[in-house]
Ligand binder design. Structure first.
Ligand SMILES: Nc1ncnc2c1ncn2[C@@H]1O[C@H](COP(=O)(O)OP(=O)(O)O)[C@@H](O)[C@H]1O
Ligand SMILES: [Mg+2]
Length: 374
């Protein structure tokens, strides 16, 4: 799939801009703070309904404006799609909170955020992703969830239901200091968490099974066969596929006193992780920086390959400032994995080897994205 046109109105530093990338490799260059990441962020927003760098949508609205608009024309194997997102600050009186973010797909209002999943598929790669291996478990959970949401749109709803139940249970537990907990109410939330959490765990398990084989091949290639990478799902609650629901339920029962003392739910998939080993060695703890970065690159590139396989067409690849962070061999590996993708690549200049191969160059400056005739 590829983006034909992106329109930004009142989005971040853009009051009005249009961007028409080519199907192949597009280089966006410009000084620091010129607005390059803002463009990739708008694309990411069209794919997942949220920013990759903030959970506060109001930050996306241009300073002093009441709202922002992002519109995208997308060409896919099933035809041309139109994605539009309207954001409002919500300052206007009587505005329904649901109207703060409106999503339109082919001019129809999508009533659930989940409807957007899978229309546009993206893989985003930024310098923070190179820290995937040594970052906190939360970052690795997000890695699993972002991919799962795009590949299996129903996952979005499952994860949202789990998170909603988790918030309710946590609120109840916090109150326990002042107000003894009604065991029936707690039991109801335990059951709800067990049911929705089991689906989250089963999805993550099969996702990690699929991606670990690809990641292991990728890593062997990146290291010339020298290193053997093992990645696997590390659920907070151990389970067998068919008894996931009971496993969570029992864990919640057993941790009840502990949870009340600590004031939050201590067990469940919201505390999952990914295990990453080179041979027998835990890379998160003992890997060198180079090994950690290569393992991260292997995982990210597998994401691309897996998505291509499951969806049946290439996602749009967003590479934000990563080339300057990689040595020549890793740059080459990255660019060769991107072979049949539309790729939006940002850099401060046009000197990189990859840039020379770009199908189109765009200069980003003063709230404008200008195509440069080569
Ligand atoms: N909501 C906003 N309204 C107006 N300008 C913004 C907003 N958010 C960020 N900016 C501006 O966008 C610029 C940063 O853009 P960014 O895309 O991150 O730059 P870079 O080209 O370095 O990737 C900064 O100048 C910042 O002030
Ligand atoms: Mg940037």
């Amino acid at each position: 799939m590829h983006i034909r046109k992106l329109v930004l109105n009142g989005f971040r530093s853009y009051s009005h801009a249009e961007f028409m990338p080519e199907p192949g490799l597009n280089l966006l260059y410009g000084a620091n703070a010129a607005g390059k990441t803002n463009v990739l962020e708008a694309v990411f927003l069209c794919a997942l309904g949220r920013s990759h760098r903030t959970s506060r949508d109001v930050e996306l609205i241009g300073h002093g404006l009441a709202g922002a608009y992002v519109g995208m024309e997308l060409e896919t194997k099933s035809g041309v799609r139109l994605i539009e997102i309207k954001l409002r600050t919500g300052d206007d009186v009587n505005r329904n909170p649901k109207d703060k973010k409106q999503v339109f797909i082919d001019r129809q209002r999508a009533d659930k955020a989940g409807d957007l999943m899978g229309v546009l598929n993206v893989v985003m790669f930024s310098p923070e992703d190179l820290a995937l291996v040594k970052a906190s478990p939360e970052v690795r959970r997000r890695f699993m969830d972002m991919e799962l949401c795009q590949l299996y749109p129903a996952y979005y709803r499952k994860a949202a239901m789990y998170n909603a139940a988790l918030r309710q249970r946590n609120a109840l537990i916090k109150e326990a200091f002042n107000d003894p907990i009604d065991p029936e109410v707690l039991d109801m939330w335990n059951a709800q968490l067990a049911r929705t959490g089991a689906e989250v765990m089963r999805s993550r398990l099969s996702f990690m099974d699929e991606i670990s084989t690809i990641a292991s091949d990728m890593h062997r290639r990146l290291t010339g066969g020298k290193e053997q990478l093992f990645t696997y799902y590390e659920p907070n609650v151990p389970f067998e596929a068919e008894d996931a629901e009971y496993a969570i339920y029992d864990a919640l029962e057993a941790s009840r006193e502990d949870d009340i003392r600590r004031g939050f739910t201590t067990r469940g998939p919201h505390r999952d992780d990914i295990g990453i080993k080179l041979g027998d060695t835990d890379v998160k703890v003992y890997g060198s920086q180079g090994q950690q970065r290569t393992a991260a690159l292997s995982l990210k590139l597998s994401e691309l390959a897996l998505m291509r396989g499951v969806v049946g067409e290439s996602p749009v690849l967003l590479l934000d400032d990563v080339l300057s962070e990689l040595d020549d061999d890793r740059q080459k590996a990255l660019m060769s994995s991107a072979f049949d993708c539309q790729c939006l690549l940002t850099a401060t200049g046009t000197e990189s080897a990859a840039a020379k191969k770009a199908a189109a160059l765009f200069e980003v400056r003063n709230g404008d994205i200008k195509k440069v005739i080569q």
